[in-house]
Design a protein around this ligand. Structure first.
Ligand code: ADP
Ligand code: MG
Length: 659
């Protein structure tokens, strides 16, 4: 938009100077003088030239942003707001100047001056609110400190710009300092406040081996870390990039606003033309007809419309980011307001995704430790939460984790690999059923009733044992589901786990519909089936094996922005792994849409009344609007739109913790 080329400061300066220049214009204007009965004393011909001088100064200096905007829009063949304002002030100034130079008629310099003042004021206020809306992002960027204490290989410590830190450089962070880079702690212990990144308000304890991210605040300890990402690749930088791109991307509503602005411009030019011709046709003075025409063009100016949507977008994306909701796809976010059903992946989304081994069930002669050790050797290569649980149990029991070759992850099924020459599989009950492996179900049944996930260990095609793991339900999940229900959104559970587990989790959370024992591809089918029932579906998953399902759903929401895959696949990424944030997405999407709709009304609706008034439809009963008053109306509409956008809030957030 052309008018954004001028900064807030530039508009402010032009506004104040033009305002001062307006004082002599008002004092010298015949119309104003007659108002105070001063006409006789001041009316010397020379005063008109002084008036022309000041008005011309205002026209060129104060009107400059609009005149250059006019040229820009015409060059781009995109006539819009600047065309209208530029045209209106040019007509007013030229006509009045010609009259001063001797052509009979009347002048309206004071109208011109006040019109320009008000236009400048409106643009100034607008530029400032746009600035305010993008300030949220700048405050994110400012999280990364500019200086880092680098520890050189010779042991010396040197202060360098944080951009100069490269991968594998060591850096030291002192108490109270912000972290200059993403990395892993290699020495020291501390607690870190990651709230500005994740919204999680409690500082997190960190020690050697833990990952830390740039921009978080080191609370008390001091530590040395090894950078594992360049500054430009850091998590915060990615978030900022993401939000910038989302703010710049156009959505349906923005397209609608742009089209409306074009139509409003055309309406303004046409009604201006009709106004001029009609007044002349009924025999009005040329000056009077021109004044009405100028007023119509000013009042119809799609100024507020140019702001109505972008401002709401800027405020809502910033608000979302501050609440840990990263919007990647604006169109999908706008559609989120229409969602009927939310499909939740179980593991890591509704549950903590932190499995702990509760029992080992030997089937053959193998010992519990052997089973765990075999499984752990293969799982050492997997990123799945089940794998982490098994590995932890093995280390806790000081079991040997052997070397694995030919490792292969079977998504949604399990893992396989060769350990000490033996082929090992750690797989789901579904795999056993598919491969017709029979076993004594009575041995594992009790674990299902306790909501435990059971995986089976197969050695050289023979079933040797099972491992039962427990995962706790997130404390916020119940309240989140309740909030969604209250909003009229149905919750559905989808999982690769056993039916019994899915049923138990659904019951505990108040979810009425669930689908279990699904492979990743079947999750996609399940979503397509829901869609064919006419539901608009959002899918919430961890973004690793749920990627295809996230892509299939109308709105894909990934939890845990720590993983790059999540950032790549989803439309919306939740920084925290808190199910309550899912409800916030819909609340914000609805609130945002309401604001956009209100703003479109405030930006265009008033024209229905304003255009006829400005044209002089009620002139017979003495109601006429001067161009300056027209500018006041137009600016008020702009200011309402700006303030309305700033008032956007996430509203009542889902209550935290168990209800
Ligand atoms: P969810 O849909 O609950 O997120 P997944 O699709 O990740 O579950 O996994 C489905 C099932 O596949 C698990 O319940 C488990 O039985 C099995 N599975 C997946 N990955 C592994 C693994 N690394 N080790 C053992 N079993 C696994
Ligand atoms: Mg999962």
């Amino acid at each position: 938009m052309a008018h954004h080329a001028h900064s807030a400061g530039d508009f402010g300066r032009r506004f104040w100077i033009s305002l001062i220049l307006t004082i002599p214009v008002l004092a010298l204007s015949p119309a104003v003088q007659s108002l105070f009965g001063l006409e006789a004393r001041m009316a010397f011909r020379g005063s008109l030239y002084v008036l022309l001088f000041f008005s011309t100064a205002i026209f060129f200096y104060g009107g400059w942003p609009f005149l250059s905007g006019l040229v820009g829009e015409l060059k781009a063949r995109l006539p819009g707001m600047m065309t209208l304002i530029g045209l209106a002030i040019t007509v007013a100034w030229t006509y009045s100047a010609v009259v001063v130079l001797g052509v009979p008629g009347s002048i309206f310099f004071w109208e011109l001056a006040t019109l320009i003042d008000i236009m400048l004021l409106g643009h100034w206020i607008e530029a400032r609110s746009v600035l305010g809306a993008s300030r949220a992002l700048d405050s994110l960027a400012a999280l990364i400190p500019s200086v880092a204490h680098r520890k050189n290989p010779d042991g010396s410590i040197e202060d360098v710009p944080s951009t100069a830190l490269s991968v594998n450089d060591l850096f030291i962070v002192l108490p109270g300092e912000k972290l200059p880079a993403d990395g892993v702690i290699i020495e020291g212990e501390t607690s870190i406040d990651e709230s500005l990144l994740t919204g999680e308000s409690v500082p997190v304890g960190k020690h050697a081996g833990d990952r830390v991210v740039a921009g978080s605040i080191n609370m008390q300890g001091s530590f040395t870390a090894r950078a594992d990402r360049k500054r430009s690749e850091s998590f915060v930088s990615k978030v900022i990039d993401l939000v910038r791109k989302a703010q710049a991307s156009k959505s349906h509503t923005q397209d609608l606003a742009d089209r409306a602005a074009l139509w409003l411009t055309i309406t303004a030019l046409v009604s201006g033309g009709i106004t001029l011709v009609s007044w002349l046709a009924v025999g009005a003075a040329f000056a009077y007809a021109i004044e009405r025409t100028v007023t119509v063009m000013i009042i119809t100016c799609p100024h507020a419309l140019g702001l109505a949507i972008p401002l709401v977008v800027a405020v809502s994306t910033g608000l979302a980011a501050r609440n840990g909701l990263l919007i990647r796809n604006r169109t999908a976010f706008e559609e989120a307001r229409l969602i009927d059903a939310v499909v939740f992946d179980k593991t890591g989304t509704l549950t903590e995704g932190r499995f702990a081994v509760r029992a080992v069930v030997p089937f053959a002669k193998a010992s519990e430790d052997d089973i765990l050790s075999l499984a752990a050797s293969v799982e050492a290569r997997s990123e799945h939460p089940i794998a982490k649980g098994i590995l932890k149990a093995a280390t806790d029991h000081s079991l040997r984790v052997a070397e694995v070759t030919h490792f292969e992850a079977m998504k949604g099924v399990g893992v396989k690999g060769v350990v000490n020459g033996g082929q090992i599989l750690v797989v789901s009950p579904g795999w056993l059923a598919d491969n017709k492996v029979s076993y004594d179900a009575a041995l594992v049944e009790p674990h299902y009733t306790q909501r435990r996930t059971v995986v089976f260990v197969v050695l050289n095609k023979a079933l040797v044992g099972a491992i039962a793991l427990g995962d706790s339900i997130r404390p916020e999940a119940r309240a989140a589901i309740n909030t969604l229900t209250a909003m009229g959104i149905k919750s559905i559970l989808l999982t690769g786990d056993k039916k019994e587990i899915a049923e138990a989790v659904s019951k505990e959370l108040g979810i009425s519909e669930y689908y279990a024992e699904l492979l990743p591809a079947q999750k996609v089918d399940a979503i397509n089936k829901l869609k064919s029932r006419g539901l608009r579906v959002a899918m919430v998953g961890d973004g690793i094996n749920d990627a295809p399902a996230l892509a299939t759903a109308d709105v894909g929401i990934a939890v845990g922005a720590g993983t790059d895959i999540a950032i790549e696949t989803a439309d919306i990424v939740l920084v925290r792994s808190n199910p309550a944030d899912v409800a916030s997405v819909f609340t914000l999407a609805r609130a945002t849409y309401r604001k956009m709709f209100q703003n479109l009304f405030w930006a265009t609706g008033y024209n229905v009344v304003a255009i006829p008034l400005a044209a002089g439809a009620l002139a017979s009963i003495g109601v006429v609007i001067s161009p300056a008053l027209g500018a006041v109306f137009m600016s008020v509409s702009t200011v309402i739109v700006a303030i309305n956008a700033r008032l956007l809030s996430i509203g009542t957030r889902a209550p935290r913790g168990p209800a």
